[in-house]
Design a protein around this ligand. Structure first.
Ligand SMILES: Cc1cc2nc3c(=O)[nH]c(=O)nc-3n(C[C@H](O)[C@H](O)[C@H](O)COP(=O)(O)OP(=O)(O)OC[C@H]3O[C@@H](n4cnc5c(N)ncnc54)[C@H](O)[C@@H]3O)c2cc1C
Length: 504
């Protein structure tokens, strides 16, 4: 896979992979427009893929457009995830068209068809895409490469990671420890300020259909109603920046100090940044979060004397950069990133050795989904995910490990945990989710521990351990309240919809 020469773009060439070289236009032909197929990085600000697309368009004096494809089905997304995503995109369309006059096209169906069709229709010479390590999109890109004409070039830009995944490491990393040093060495080169996004020199002349957002959104909400939207987290780039550093309850401005002490306390969910929904949908750039975290340290010299704040910034950067990018490394280099086959040899062996250990309790997928286990703490975590849409980070580990304990084997445990995580978490269907489940159930990126039944040498967690760490009953009550409020809201919405139907 080639990369670009440093002169050809204002984006670090290491961030760009040439998935397909385009043949130069014939002498009597001009270069066509640039299309950015936006998938993972759904934002206008701080988006290296968009910067590259505009850059290339201006260099060749051609117009540029953004295209987004709404898949008919993508990893089981429901109203919760799709509503959040589309509402964010609706904001994006307004700002990108009003501020930069870059047109935004929304397609529905399979991207391997809609994107090459659009490229052909508008005569584009360059297709830019952002990067995700997930296999569905990698396959889709392979197909697109085969479907566009020879003259079209395709560039993939890692706009999601601070250090592009293929630059951070050329191989599957064993643990955070083996990746950390590599990433840290490259931060000076990659953790830099973003250039100002240029306006395109040439405007898009072709006509385009307006997007009926209300109807597209109503459609996904109806089809995915089984997992309704959440209302505590507003979609869009502005909302994301507010959560990061807003004056009201911003993480860096108001909540940072509690991070080291309280981030493992499920009773204090706001001690965490709560940025994962925005990071997942690319409504905020991790690089922006990291730059602002570093700035927070520099802007307030007195903070230097507050070890808790310093500790908080370092702990946050560790999760945001090292742990998150370790997950991308795993999914990029391990084709079996969501199966037992992807576990390290020691873990596969130990889990196999204990596969026939007697299980005291075994639950079905349905029982898990309905939170019908005998453990009120586990049930609470499941309900937190179902009703709130974001299970606390500490509980996610306990939750997945117990699924291993209460199923027939690790493959089944992994399949159930991924199914539930992807279905209910607002930040699900993410490399972090696959790696989180693999870490909990298959010991990925972890070390071997004292051998015990079922788990073998995979790290174990239990109720008593949780009880020592936090107020378990308090957490159960908190989730009960959240679930109660959510059910009440759902009932009120149903009532008002019925009333509307009656009066229409
Ligand atoms: C079983 C299991 C499932 C998980 N599923 C998901 C998922 O679907 N989506 C998801 O984004 N995260 C997942 N995680 C990782 C982690 O729990 C969440 O990222 C975190 O709870 C999100 O909340 P926050 O943004 O407030 O966290 P913060 O602590 O404020 O972290 C800031 C950011 O750092 C990154 N981060 C934090 N912890 C981790 C981690 N352990 N691994 C990788 N990156 C991390 C995330 O991008 C997060 O948004 C999972 C973990 C486990 C054990």
């Amino acid at each position: 896979m080639a990369s670009l020469s440093p002169q050809s773009t204002s984006v670090h060439p290491g961030r760009i992979r040439v998935l397909k070289q385009g043949s130069p236009p014939a002498l009597d032909q001009h270069a066509g427009p640039v299309v950015y197929w936006m998938f993972r990085d759904q934002r206008l600000r701080d988006n290296w893929a968009l910067i590259h697309a505009v850059d290339q368009a201006n260099k060749n004096n051609v117009p540029v457009a953004v295209a987004f494809n709404l898949f008919d089905q993508f990893l089981g997304a429901k109203a919760r995830q799709l509503g959040f995503m589309l509402k964010g995109l609706r904001h994006l369309q307004t700002s990108i068209e009003e501020t930069f006059q870059i047109p935004f096209f929304l397609f529905q169906g399979e991207a391997e068809e809609t994107i090459p069709n659009f490229v052909k229709e508008c005569g584009a010479s360059l297709l830019v895409t952002d990067f995700t390590p997930l296999r569905e999109i990698r396959r889709c890109k392979d197909k697109i490469c085969g479907r566009v004409s020879d003259s079209v070039a395709i560039h993939e830009v890692d706009a999601h990671n601070v250090v592009p995944v293929w630059v951070a490491s050329e191989k599957l990393e064993y643990s955070a420890k083996t990746l950390r040093g590599k990433i840290n060495k490259l931060l000076q080169e990659y953790l830099i300020d973003f250039p100002v996004l240029q306006s395109p020199h040439r405007k898009w002349a072709a006509t385009r259909l307006s997007i009926d957002w209300d109807s597209v959104i109503a459609d996904v909400l109806r089809k995915g109603a089984e997992v309704p939207e959440i209302d505590w987290c507003q979609p869009g780039e502005d909302a994301a920046m507010e959560v990061l550093k807003g004056s009201n309850d911003g993480f860096l401005t108001k909540r940072l100090k509690g991070y080291p002490k309280d981030r493992n306390n499920p009773l204090k969910p706001r001690a965490l940044s709560c940025l994962s929904p925005y990071l997942h949908f690319g409504q905020i750039s991790a690089q922006r979060c990291a730059l602002e975290a570093r700035r927070a340290r520099k802007l307030c010299p007195e903070l230097l004397y507050l070890p808790a704040t310093l500790k908080a910034i370092d702990a946050f950067l560790e999760e945001l950069i090292v742990r998150r990018e370790l997950a991308d490394n795993f999914c990029f280099y391990q084709p079996h990133y969501d199966s037992l086959k992807g576990a390290w040899e020691w873990a596969r062996k130990t889990l196999k050795d204990h596969a026939s250990d007697k299980r005291e309790l075994i639950y079905t997928k349905e029982q898990f989904e309905k939170a019908q286990t005998a453990d009120p703490l586990w049930n609470a975590s499941q309900l937190e995910m179902v009703y709130h849409g974001k299970m606390h980070g500490f509980m996610r580990m306990y939750w997945a490990k117990k699924i291993l304990e209460w199923t027939r084997g690790p493959e089944e445990a992994l399949a159930i945990s991924i199914y539930l995580n992807d279905k209910y978490e607002i930040d699900g269907r993410d490399p972090n989710g696959y790696v989180g489940c693999m870490w909990s159930i298959c010991g990925v990126h972890d070390q071997g521990w004292k051998e015990r039944p079922i788990f073998g040498k995979v790290r174990y967690m239990n109720y008593a351990g949780c009880k020592r760490k936090f107020d378990v009953d308090g957490y159960i009550s908190l989730v009960k309240r959240i679930a109660g409020q959510s059910k009440k809201r759902k009932a009120e919405t149903l009532l008002s919809e019925k009333a509307k139907e009656l009066h229409s």
